[in-house]
Design a protein around this ligand. Structure first.
Ligand code: ADP
Ligand code: MG
Length: 140
């Protein structure tokens, strides 16, 4: 099942993330793609809030990921942007983020294909600029 919405501000994009989060279960992996500034981190922030994470949720651009404890288990947020061009990066580096039962959101999945267990991917989200503060969000 796939759906598409458009939002006119960050709050609505957070709400879209929260709506998706309500459908997740432990162990699920969600890939979140889109250009810089398209709202990937904003979407994930809404999802993490809905999963019971209350502290700041910022882009893990300068580290590969952030690990959180949600209301019903671990929730991890990865940004693979910097993996681009690193060639044979040790795949074990990311493994702890994919511990069984952890819900994982992955930004820039195209920079690290194969970094996640494929059978755990339940949704692929794509965000795109649609002029000004408008963004289109496809959830597949
Ligand atoms: P990404 O992770 O894709 O690089 P971010 O979520 O970090 O993007 O940043 C998106 C930026 O765009 C934020 O500054 C946010 O406030 C702004 N913004 C404006 N309109 C929207 C919208 N409709 N949805 C999401 N972000 C928006
Ligand atoms: Mg981001």
């Amino acid at each position: 099942m796939s759906s598409a919405v458009s939002t006119t501000g960050p709050d609505a994009t957070e709400q879209a993330g929260a709506a998706l989060a309500a459908r997740l279960k432990p162990g699920d992996v969600v890939l979140v793609s889109g250009e810089l500034g398209a709202g990937k981190t904003t979407f994930v922030r809404g999802a993490l809030r809905a999963l019971g994470i209350s502290g700041p949720v910022t882009s893990p651009t300068f580290v590969v990921g952030h690990a959180y404890e949600g209301a019903s288990g671990p929730v991890n947020h990865l940004d693979l942007y910097r993996l681009a061009g690193m060639g044979d990066e040790d795949p074990g580096l990311l493994e702890p983020f994919f511990a069984p039962g952890a819900i994982v959101f992955v930004e820039w999945p195209e920079h690290g294909p194969g970094a996640w267990p494929p059978e755990r991917v339940v949704h692929r989200v794509h965000l795109a600029h649609a002029g000004g503060d408008e963004r289109s969000i496809e959830v597949g």
